[in-house]
Design a binder for this molecule. Structure first.
Ligand SMILES: [Ca+2]
Ligand SMILES: [Ca+2]
Length: 178
């Protein structure tokens, strides 16, 4: 198996981001909680809430069917899935980031603005000590001051691969850092 250091580093950040109670294990409950949090940003309908839950729990059931996982197993299984089913992972990332885009676009104008991105990170505990605008600027590839669906979905697909890029998505920079 080719070296998966880049992917492993990124999945470590994902694990820490979603381990909401920071006890070193990720649970299905935490994934459901995270998906509901994302849905709360755009006043999602009941239908949208359950579809988002389903999408996120399908991923966690594939990675940790036991409902709870340690960092080490989480990394091993994500790496295994990426090497055995790269197209499936790519498609899942595309689908997930597409629907996440709709959840983050609170005012439904078809773009994510700096405030909408800030609300998302704030909901996961990244408040004023974090420079979310730096993330915004890096996601806004064409520099038109808004994040388009394409910019957002591309970031998600690169993130869920062994290519470097977009590491900051699950590791927001602190204010005052680069
Ligand atoms: Ca918007
Ligand atoms: Ca843009």
């Amino acid at each position: 198996m080719a070296s998966m250091e880049v992917f492993e580093d990124k999945m470590t950040k994902v694990f820490n981001f979603f381990d909401l109670d920071k006890d070193g294990s990720l649970t299905r409950e935490e994934i459901i909680q995270a998906s509901d949090t994302v849905c709360s940003l755009s006043k999602a309908t009941t239908d949208e809430v359950s579809r988002t839950r389903e999408q996120w729990t399908t991923w966690c059931d594939a990675i940790f069917p036991e409902g709870r996982v340690s960092l080490k197993s989480f990394l091993d299984r994500n790496k295994e899935l990426l090497s055995s089913e790269p197209d499936l992972v790519k498609q899942a990332a595309r689908d997930t980031y597409n629907s996440m885009f709709d959840r983050l676009d609170g005012n439904k104008d078809g773009f994510i603005c700096p405030e909408e991105l800030r609300l998302y990170y704030k909901a996961f505990g990244y408040g004023k000590d974090y420079s979310i605008y730096k993330i915004f600027q890096r996601l806004d590839d064409d520099k038109d001051g808004l994040i388009s669906r394409e910019e957002f979905v591309t970031a998600g697909q690169v993130y869920w691969s062994n290519e470097p890029g977009f590491e900051f998505l699950f590791d927001p920079p602190k204010t005052g850092t680069r």
